[in-house]
Write a protein that binds this ligand. Structure first.
Ligand SMILES: [Zn+2]
Ligand SMILES: [Zn+2]
Ligand SMILES: [Zn+2]
Length: 140
């Protein structure tokens, strides 16, 4: 997955800086989906002078070129990021602790997509987030 991301960066005319590489590595290697602040914390273990703005800038570039998918939570800065090169799927997000879990299901009907294409839309992607309380937060 890291290789695909680096190839796409090059195709889009971006340089592969050590910072970009390590940001992608942290996202790919961590099982949980991370927020920008959490990514920053992990990257700082290796680059202790890296600023949060640098992380934001790079995450924005990676999202714009389509290699990262943003998963919206509730509240500011609760968006989590996932590398796009996985099977298409969606997420259930806990509104209390912010934990996001992948669900291997897509509720968007292919006929519906085909209909929109017929109407002339060029579709890029869609987001579906289910919001609720996780089992741990529910019992608190
Ligand atoms: Zn929770
Ligand atoms: Zn996922
Ligand atoms: Zn879907």
């Amino acid at each position: 997955m890291i290789y695909e991301v680096m190839t796409k960066l090059k195709e889009e005319g971006y340089r592969i800086t050590p910072q970009r590489r390590i940001i992608v590595e942290k996202i790919v290697q961590t099982a949980e989906l991370l927020t920008v602040a959490e990514i920053w914390k992990l990257v700082r273990d290796e680059y202790n002078d890296i600023g949060l703005d640098t992380i934001y800038r790079n995450i924005n570039i990676l999202t714009e070129i389509g290699v990262l998918t943003p998963i919206m939570g509730t509240g500011n800065d609760s968006t989590r990021y996932e590398v796009t090169y996985t099977n298409h799927h969606h997420h259930v997000v806990c509104i209390k602790c912010g934990k996001a879990v992948c669900i291997d299901y897509c509720p968007i009907n292919q006929e519906f997509i085909a209909m929109l294409r017929m109407q002339g839309y060029e579709l890029i992607r869609h987001n579906v987030e289910l919001l609720g309380l996780c089992t741990e937060c529910k019992t608190l």
